[in-house]
Every structure is written in C-alpha cells, then in structure tokens.
Design a binder for this molecule. Structure first.
Ligand SMILES: Nc1ncnc2c1ncn2[C@@H]1O[C@H](COP(=O)(O)OP(=O)(O)OP(=O)(O)O)[C@@H](O)[C@H]1O
Ligand SMILES: [Mg+2]
Length: 265
C-alpha cells in the first residue's frame, strides 16, 4: 500500500489490554517524515502505552505497526531497527541517579562506539550546548532542577542520533516559563536535527508551539487527527471539553450516581 512509503510511522488497528483494562481499542494513526505530531488525551487514556509500542516496551495484542517501511509487531529484527531509529525522552526524565550528567550522556558512546575519552567529552559538550546547558557535566541528577533533568534526558536521547524522537510529557511538572523553554527546545532541536517527532502531552501550549499535527486519544481510539487550528476550531464535544479543561460529569465520570452521592455529602 502507498501509505507505507508516505508515512514514517503507522499504527494500524492496534489493540492492547492489561487484564480487563482494554486500553488501546483499535488505534490507527500515521506520522509522516519530518512532522511533529502531538498526541493529547486525558490522564490514563493510553498515550504512554501507545508510544511504548513503537519501541517494544509494550507489545500490542493485535494490529500492525510500521516504522520506516518495516512492520515491527512480532518481528524482532524490525523491532531492533525501530529501537535504533527512535530516541525516547521518558515521562519523569529517567536518568541513572548514581551516574553524573557526563556519565549518563557517555553511556551510549561507551556501549556503541570506539570513540576516545576526549572525543566523547567533546560530543557531550556539544550535546549539552544543543539543549542550552553548560558546566553541568560533573553534577549528579539529584542536583538538577526538573527542567535541567528534562534537558539532560533530551541530550541523552539525541546522543544516539535518532531519526525519530519520542517525548512523553516533556513539560509536565515544570513551571510555565520552563515549560515554554522546553517547548522552544523541542522546536529548535526539530529545526537543527532533521527529526520526525511524536510528543505526548496534556499541555496545550505544547500543541500551539510545536505541533504540525495533533491527534487525540479517547477511550482507546483516535477521535481527532488534524492541524492545531482544526483542533481549536473543533466542535466535537469531547475535544472542546478537553481544550476548555471542563470537568463534565457526563463525559468524565463513568458512574454519575457515585459522583452525585459525593457532592451531596
Ligand atoms: N505495564 C502495565 N501494566 C498494566 N497496566 C498498565 C501498564 N502500563 C499502563 N497500564 C494501564 O494502561 C492505562 C493507560 O496508561 P498510560 O500510562 O498509557 O496512560 P497515559 O495516557 O500516558 O496517562 P498520563 O497522562 O497520566 O501519563 C492505565 O489504566 C494504566 O494503568
Ligand atoms: Mg503517560
């Protein structure tokens, strides 16, 4: 099918359950080369699960996933290739706490290259410069602020020279100014290093600042896929509720009788 060649990433009818919890209920979504797709949706709707299916951290129960023309579900060699292509900035900016910033960044080089100590130090310096940090090499992760940790985490993902960058909640837990700085960073990284990016977030400022396209995951399916302008103009009640941040009992609470009882008390 043509679409395989036009799109770099393609989820087709992907399902995933954890016991009785049917999280992904037939997700079909495409991401084209060079675009930044932002995936939004309420907490617990399966955004992180969806990202993790791309790098084999979670296997779908059914469906197919293409990454750069190779179908990766059930194919270990295609999956290994997808892992090589994808860099991931995890929710919570996972760094090794017992290693310094420099050691965290050096890990991919120690593991995958024969570069000398001096060459690795040079790479680390330029990666840190790319994310707007310097003179932090000797600090431990516990000595960094949340925003600095996210930057180091992004630098570490970039060390592998990925073609695809996956960001899970890059601005969550940061103050609005630091969140804006991270959004800027995602955008400038996108411009400097020709990447295809997927950003999972609740943060509408990220949608405004970095997205070419936006997809909304709701009840296990993609219920909206379009441009940011189309998102903000959408008349879909679930989309508008999310955008306006309204806690609407009709859509949000599966057992309204329980909610009424709580309110009565
Ligand atoms: N490894 C796992 N084992 C069992 N259940 C899981 C696992 N990972 C995720 N889940 C469940 O899948 C659902 C979706 O989780 P997920 O982490 O993808 O949500 P999310 O949309 O990323 O939420 P948030 O915005 O809060 O990060 C949740 O009900 C969660 O409990
Ligand atoms: Mg998540």
């Amino acid at each position: 099918m043509n679409t395989e060649h036009e799109c770099l990433i393609w989820w087709e009818e992907v399902h995933k359950s954890f016991g009785a919890n049917h999280v992904l209920r037939g997700v079909t979504l495409q991401v084209c080369q060079g675009e930044t797709l932002v995936i939004i949706g309420r907490s617990g709707c399966g955004k992180s699960v969806l990202l993790k299916t791309l790098v084999g951290l979670i296997s779908p129960d059914s469906g197919r996933i293409w990454v750069k023309d190779r179908q990766i579900v059930g194919d270990p060699s295609a999956m290994a290739e997808a892992q090589r292509l994808c860099g991931m900035v995890f929710q919570g900016a996972a760094l090794f706490d017992s290693l310094s910033v420099a050691e965290n960044l050096a890990l991919p080089y120690w593991e995958n290259t024969d570069l000398s100590k001096g060459e690795i130090e040079e790479r680390i310096r330029s990666l840190l410069a790319l994310v707007g940090l310097r003179d932090v090499e000797q600090l431990m992760p516990a000595e960094l602020s949340g925003g600095m940790r996210k930057r180091v985490s992004l630098a570490r993902a970039l060390a592998d020279e990925p073609e695809i960058m996956l960001y899970d909640e890059p601005t969550t837990g940061l103050d609005p100014i630091m969140a804006d700085a991270i959004n800027e960073l995602i955008r400038s990284t996108q411009d400097k290093v020709k990447l295809t990016s997927i950003v999972v977030t609740h943060d509408l400022s990220t949608v405004r600042k970095v997205a070419n396209h936006v997809a909304m995951l709701h009840e296990g399916r993609i219920i909206f896929h379009g441009t940011p302008d189309e998102l903000f103009a959408s008349a879909d009640p679930v989309v508008t509720q999310f955008i306006q941040g309204r806690a609407d009992a009709r859509v949000e609470v599966p057992r309204p009788e329980l909610r009424e009882h709580e309110i009565d008390e």
